[in-house]
Design a protein around this ligand. Sequence first.
Ligand code: NAD
Length: 268
Amino acid sequence: MRLVVVGAAGRMGRMLIRAIDQAQGSVLVAAVERPGSPEIGADAGVLAGLPARGVVVTEDAAAAFAAADGVLDFTAPAATVAFADLAARAGILHVVGTTGLEPVHLAQLAEAARRTPVIRSGNMSLGVNLLAALVRKVAATLGTDWDIEIVEMHHRMKVDAPSGTAVLLGEAAAEGRAVDLAERRVAGRDGITGAREAGTIGFASLRGGTVVGDHKVIFAGSGERLELAHVAEDRSLFAQGAVKAALWGRGRGAGLYSMADVLGLDAL
Ligand code: NAD
């Protein structure tokens, strides 16, 4: 499968180049960075700490997509919606790991997914997607007298909060309770907040150091507490998940797919 990495010089971009190299059945055909990036013209393999691959980092995404089967995109929301339109025009698969997407961005992705397959997940790891399935089940089992709080910690360079994974876990909890997360979400508390409102789903975000991604979902009842946690030790895990998603998505029809689809977790 011929793959393009956009945001190739980013933390995840470099990991994706390595993951494509290691996976069977995928080959890197282009690497794209934002116009003006100092990495334009660099060899993508060298950028990722590999031997030269003869693939030079370019800013011309349209040309790159024209000669590919899929694009792996861990960039930023505005870039991702632009890439979604380009991928749909080229008729290639779009794997989206970018987080911090607002409803307006999600609507644009949904529109692109009417024309081409789009696989999006706030977290591409098996462990987190399994955790989401467990959270859905526990939330469906316990009543609203059990408070749900989600705590996450990430490295100091992360720009959005709560993390895409925390939101994914919050959505799983809301689904389990058959409620809309947007109406129940309480992210960040400060000052005289008043008592906790029953049925809300709380988020707390910690930032510091080089933490790859820690998540804990706490179900707090009266006199007892249930905690489900996941620790990501290495971000190559997310890149491997993205390549796996691309290989799974090859030849599928237009539509919006999730990592739960890729991993076959929907039945849980
Ligand atoms: P980063 O800042 O290191 O990399 C982002 C890269 O995208 C940069 O190199 C930047 O120049 C590039 N970029 C931005 N706009 C562009 C454009 N218009 N065209 C081409 N390139 C462009 O960030 P990161 O740590 O690699 O994370 C990237 C995204 O992936 C974030 O949203 C992060 O939360 C998300 N993420 C998702 C998962 C997951 O499993 N879904 C895992 C880790 C990170």
